[in-house]
Design a protein around this ligand. Structure first.
Ligand code: F6R
Length: 244
């Protein structure tokens, strides 16, 4: 628990930075799982600062984003491609071919094969070293909404109504919010070696409490993180308020 969310974000950014440097020293890649949304923005800001001021290089970094709306053009203002470029990739020296974000433009019939390939690519890169997560008010991680079981892999999913309502301000009306998304599955996420979940603000307090203090169940997919042996929840005081 942190007094300021900026302290939590700096802590995670420092951990990511040292992991990247550690791997670089061994001539190895560092594989990061990344999230979008308002929560991790300051982590990315801090990583950009470390790149500019501390010479942190991303040349050995491979990234996999959790999710993308479907359908979604990468050039659309709401796309997670645009989000990641604006907040991180445009400001660092990452090799563009090392960046992976689910493709919101593929044909519906190609989606299952595409999703299988996404999981296989993660595995062939050696798996995710550190997965950054936020949590939705539905208890989703990635876009694994209530009902998503522990064994789910990358796939096309329906967005929960509450999740779509939370996205209205980005889209300018509920009718413009996509109904679907491609997301890594719960099992895909659980295979990451380290998981760092960030949650800030009183609107997350109730779901954070349920994620941590109720038994694992698909109604709150974030409860499945309890099965992971290296997960940390980095919270501000507001988000931690309901924990006993
Ligand atoms: C984003 C993602 C989502 C968000 C969650 C919280 O890639 O997978 O699970 O992490 O919806 O969003 P914010 O941070 O905007 O509250």
């Amino acid at each position: 628990k942190f007094k300021e969310k900026s302290d939590a974000c700096k802590r995670v950014a420092r951990e990511i930075g040292s992991l990247i440097r550690h791997r670089a020293a061994e001539n190895r890649n560092c594989v990061l799982g990344l999230a979008t949304g308002s929560t991790p923005i300051r982590v990315y800001r801090e990583l950009v600062r470390m790149h500019r001021e501390e010479g942190l290089s991303f040349h050995n970094v491979v990234t996999f984003n959790l999710d993308e709306y479907f359908p979604m053009q990468p050039t659309a203002p709401q796309s997670y491609v645009r989000f990641m470029n604006e907040h991180l990739f445009d400001h660092i020296d990452i090799v563009r071919s090392n960046v992976h974000i689910p493709n919101g433009t593929i044909e519906l019939e190609s989606v299952p094969g595409y999703c299988r390939d996404y999981d296989e690519l993660i595995a062939s890169c050696g798996g995710i070293d550190l997965q950054l997560l936020g949590i939705g008010r539905t208890g989703h991680i990635g876009f694994n909404e209530p009902g998503a079981t522990r064994d789910t892999r990358t796939r096309l999913v329906k967005l929960d109504t509450l999740t779509r309502i939370d996205a209205v301000s980005d889209f300018g009306g509920i009718e413009y919010v996509p109904l679907l998304a491609i997301t890594m599955g719960v099992d895909t996420i659980l295979q990451a070696k380290r998981i760092r979940l960030l949650a800030f603000g009183e609107h997350k307090a109730d779901i954070v409490q349920r994620a941590i203090e109720t038994r694992m169940n698909a109604t709150v997919p974030a409860t499945f993180l309890q099965a992971h042996r290296d997960v940390q929840y980095l919270l501000d005081e507001d988000a931690a308020e309901c924990l006993t």
